[in-house]
Design a protein. Structure first.
Lengths: 415, 390
């Protein structure tokens, strides 16, 4: 018996991939009647918005920003003390550079120990990742009237880049102490701002205050949040109840009510001879508020550590505290990095709320300038608010892209 | 023998886990109680020293401030002003939540549209609005848009349907005419009958296998009964047009410009977050599900309606409800432009010399009650939506 050989039909010709803009448009914009309708309507809307935007940008009076740029950036910092914020900027350029560089070097070393290829970050990638911030710096500098700020900014960028390469070539033994370098430089930046006749944070304002409240709020709240998170997962009922009670109470109320409590009620519950300044009270309120949110972020990280890790640690006889410190926390905290960046973004946006209580941070500054006699009643809110919006948008957008990148990297690459 | 005895040997007291646990808890509890006591002690002492009341009796005192957009006089008791503030907060929440859900879901689905322009425009909206502080958006809508509307005397009037000026926004509305009560009863009966028809169609479909069309049937029955009722009662609902009468607007739905500004700003802001949640949830449904739906030749609508959306919604609903909570808490930002909701009134009254600790206690308590209600809903929904697995 012969088996008839199967007859293979000739393969159908491949569908031609879309070629040319007309073909692409037909596929992606006009593939059926309602999509065509949508496209036309939306295109009209987009064109209208774009035209309005360009006309607004071209016709707007930027004098109000140019004249008040210092108020927006650093508030009412004395004009003859301008070297102080610049010195602090340079300190932070070095901190970011060295810390970033030594993190990169650490990743390189771990990769080479594990025999994995290490792809180093190029300058081009950094520019692609942080272009909104670079563009924002250019926009802000375009509002300055002298060339000094531009030169100083370029200098700070160069110093930051130099510190990055320094951080990469630091020997391992030194790299372990990078955090100490950072702490010392943070102290140095504060002294350069406030020490020897400078201005303490009670007198800060503008974007500087927003950044200070964000960084200080998160840094100080972190240890409390960590304790609360561990308390919430504790097996001791009293500790657990206290932690859950605090976290849920704080998360149930808006930040503005906590700030109002900081402004008007803290004075009633602390002894009468202790009188913290207004910004300090705002900071205390922010820390009390953020601790609860950080606790929830860290709890997410703790829950992500598989039970087997704890059991293995117990099996080799590690004490509970050591299990936490050596096994659970390193894994848990790594998993929380993206969520912590998210928390940073939301706190950065939330620092605008202190404007309600009359502190001249960036948003309040955009209001104050509209009541200057030169601009009163001119309705320049659109200009000043757009300027503030641009700054916040660039900060939050860049950070949220970074957080997504980190999430991908931590989630896929190394687990 | 000795080995057994040694294992039974009790550890020394300060290394005994049971003792340690008890001691730690007692210490922690005592520390918290002592701190609370000290704070309470300071509070009562400081209140007395400042000559402020230590209780809540002050709530019956006269309000002393004027509340824009209400008929409560400054001589009314404080608690009435507070109740009105709760009502104003609720007015934002009740109108805002359906609106932001609608916009959020539409934009979230639009981000995944095959239409390039629609997807990009939706993406642009989400990425811009999400990364700007909500307070700034409120200021922008209020100061850069609403305050630029014409003044009251030169209100923009669109054929008596909508009246816009920089203090009020009024829309045509409905008013009850005679026989409104009986009409409501008819609507209720129509709803009951429609539910019955729904149940009947479902059962019939189960028994015979024919398509139930239960939604169309129920809708038809409901509309028929209500329409007959409407005409039989001689039109129990009439239109009410807004009228500009000198210095005030009357009739229709009238709201303060500040109310509309906060509502628009917060709805836009929260909707951008909801859109991200919806998009993420749809993407989280495994591709195989869509492919399987294609393989059994479902139409693209059926694929979304019966396969993708039910699974996406299970993922999306808990985070969306927590966005509702965020929206509710963010209504407190209305304080910045003077809309008289809970936080604003509290702030005003504290500035007017009322005791701050008690006022803030009431304010936070109010928001906590909102939060508790919403988290109860989350729990119920979570339990109902949970996948039943082995």
């Amino acid at each position: 018996m012969t088996v008839e050989a199967p007859v293979f039909e000739e393969a159908p010709p491949q569908v031609e991939p879309a070629r040319g803009p007309m073909d692409w448009a037909r596929k992606n914009l006009f593939n059926n009647w309602y999509n065509s309708l949508l496209t036309v309507a939306l295109a009209a809307l987009v064109v209208w918005v774009l035209v309005a935007l360009v006309r607004g940008l071209l016709s707007a009076e930027y004098e109000i920003i140019r004249a008040n740029l210092r108020l927006f950036m650093i508030g009412e910092f004395p004009a003859d003390q301008l070297w102080r914020p610049w010195a602090a900027t340079y300190c932070f350029a070095v901190i970011f550079g060295v810390v970033g560089g030594s993190i990169a070097a650490g990743a390189r070393d771990r990769a080479s120990e594990a025999g994995l290829p290490y792809v180093r970050t190029t300058l081009r990638q950094i520019v692609i990742r942080f272009w909104p911030i670079l563009a924002l710096i250019a926009v802000i500098l375009s509002f300055t009237s002298t060339v000094t700020p531009t030169l100083l900014t370029i200098g700070a960028l160069v110093v930051g880049l130099g510190s990055y390469y320094l951080g990469r070539v630091l020997p391992r033994a030194v790299r372990r102490w990078t955090w100490l370098i950072a702490v010392v430089l943070i102290a140095a930046s504060y002294i350069s701002l406030a020490g020897f006749g400078g201005v303490g944070w009670q007198g800060w304002g503008g974007l500087q205050l927003n950044l200070f409240l964000t960084f200080a709020g998160l840094l100080v709240a972190f240890p409390f949040g960590l304790l609360l998170a561990m308390g919430r997962r504790s097996s001791l009922p009293v500790i657990r109840t206290i932690s859950v009670g605090y976290i849920e109470l704080v998360r149930g109320v808006p930040l503005i009510t906590v700030l109002i409590a900081g402004a008007f009620a803290i004075g009633f519950i602390i002894p009468r001879d202790v009188r913290p300044g207004f910004v300090t009270r705002m900071l205390i309120a922010i820390i009390a508020f953020e601790a609860a949110y950080i606790a929830e972020v860290v709890r997410g990280g703790l829950q992500a550590v598989p039970r087997g890790q704890v059991e293995a640690a117990q099996a080799v006889g590690l004490a509970p505290w050591k299990t936490m410190r050596l096994i659970v926390l390193p894994q848990a905290l790594r998993a929380t990095i993206p969520a912590m960046v998210g928390q940073f973004i939301s706190l950065f946006k939330d620092t605008t709320l202190v404007a309600v209580l009359g502190i001249t941070e960036l948003l309040e500054a955009t209001f104050v300038v509209n009541s200057q006699t030169a601009y009163l009643g001119k309705g320049l809110f659109v200009v000043t608010l757009s300027f503030a919006a641009l700054i916040f948008w660039v900060g939050c957008y860049t950070m949220s892209r970074e957080s997504r990148r980190l999430e991908r990297k931590l989630g896929v690459g190394e687990r | 023998m000795t080995a057994v005895e040694e294992t039974r040997h009790r550890p020394r007291l300060w290394r005994d886990v049971r003792v340690l646990r008890a001691v730690i808890q007692v210490l922690a509890g005592a520390a918290v109680l002592i701190i609370l006591y000290v704070l309470w002690f300071n509070l009562t002492n400081n209140l007395r020293a400042a000559g402020l009341p230590t209780g809540f009796d002050f709530l019956t005192q006269p309000l002393g401030v004027d509340i824009p957009g209400s008929d409560i006089s400054p001589s009314a008791p404080i608690w009435r002003g507070l109740l009105n503030a709760v009502k104003n907060t609720l007015a934002l929440v009740v109108v805002g939540i359906p609106l932001l859900t609608l916009i959020g879901v539409l934009v979230g689905v639009a981000r995944l549209s095959t239409n390039w322009l629609v997807a990009k425009a939706a993406g642009l909206y989400v990425e811009i609005i999400r990364n700007i502080p909500p307070l700034l958006i409120i200021f922008f809508v209020f100061n850069a848009v609403v305050l630029r509307f014409p003044v009251l005397q030169e209100s923009l009037n669109i054929s008596d349907l909508v009246i816009v000026n920089n203090r009020y926004l009024a829309m045509v509305g409905f008013t009850a005419q005679p026989n409104f009560g009986p009409f409501l009863a008819i609507i209720a009966v129509a709803l009951l009958i429609a539910a019955g028809v729904w149940w009947w169609r479902t059962r019939r479909s189960e028994q015979t296998g024919e398509h139930h069309h239960r939604f169309l049937w129920a809708l038809g029955v409901f509309s028929a009964i209500s329409l007959i009722g409407f005409f039989a009662l001689g039109g129990p609902i009439g239109l009410s047009r807004p009228i500009l009468d000198g210095r005030a607007l009357e009739g229709g739905y009238t709201g303060l410009a500040a109310y509309w500004a906060v509502l628009a700003a917060l709805v836009l802001y929260t909707a951008s977050h909801v859109a991200e949640i919806v998009r993420g949830s749809i993407l989280a449904v495994p591709r195989g599900q869509s492919e399987a739906a294609n393989a059994i030749a479902l139409t693209s609508f059926q694929r979304l309606r019966y396969v993708v959306m039910p699974q996406a919604m299970r993922i999306a609903i808990p985070p969306i409800i927590s966005q509702y909570l965020n929206f509710t808490k963010n209504t407190s930002l209305a304080i910045a432009i003077g809309y008289a909701e809970m936080t604003r009134i509290t702030f005003q009254l504290i500035g007017n010399g009322q005791p701050a600790p008690q006022m803030i206690f009431l304010l936070m308590g109010g928001y906590l009650i909102f939060s508790l209600i919403i988290s109860l809903i989350v729990n119920v929904v979570n339990r109902r939506m949970q996948l039943v697995t082995r």
